[in-house]
Ligand binder design. Structure first.
Ligand SMILES: [Zn+2]
Length: 134
């Protein structure tokens, strides 16, 4: 998936969560960090940062420096990133370096379907954001 799709997914989930549960903007920033962090490494990026070991390790690190709620938000947004990448043809080795569990789907990253998913998250996020404002 495109980075913008990951960020739009977090925007949608934050606006939806804020509308129903009043989750603060600080948690949106933590969620955005969790959604963006896996794509920071360009070299073999779907290996080093796209697995459950890094997800668990970073979530524990966040837990050490903050509280359970922030760690859960971070971990869920990180997992959402892995899930969105897992529906692409390239897929994700969730248990890398163990090659047994490569998850992949039919979508091509950057394709029209990726754009459709991006627009759905953006419009959904804007819809709930407007509902928050009024
Ligand atoms: Zn990714």
């Amino acid at each position: 998936m495109q980075r913008s799709t990951h960020i739009a997914a977090v925007f949608f989930i934050w606006s939806l969560s804020y509308f129903y549960y009043k989750i603060s903007f600080t948690f949106a920033l933590v969620a955005a960090l969790g959604a963006y962090l896996p794509d920071l490494v360009y070299f073999r990026h779907r290996k080093y940062l796209h697995n459950v070991w890094v997800l668990i390790g970073l979530s524990l690190l966040v837990l050490y420096f903050s509280d359970e709620f922030v760690a859960i938000i971070f971990g869920l947004s990180y997992f959402l990133h892995l899930l969105l990448d897992a529906v692409t043809r390239v897929g994700v080795d969730l248990f890398w370096p163990i090659k047994f569990f490569t998850f992949g789907g039919p979508l091509r990253g950057g394709s029209i379907f990726d754009d459709v998913i991006l627009l759905a998250f953006v419009y959904g996020g804007i819809y709930f954001f407007i509902k928050i404002l009024i």
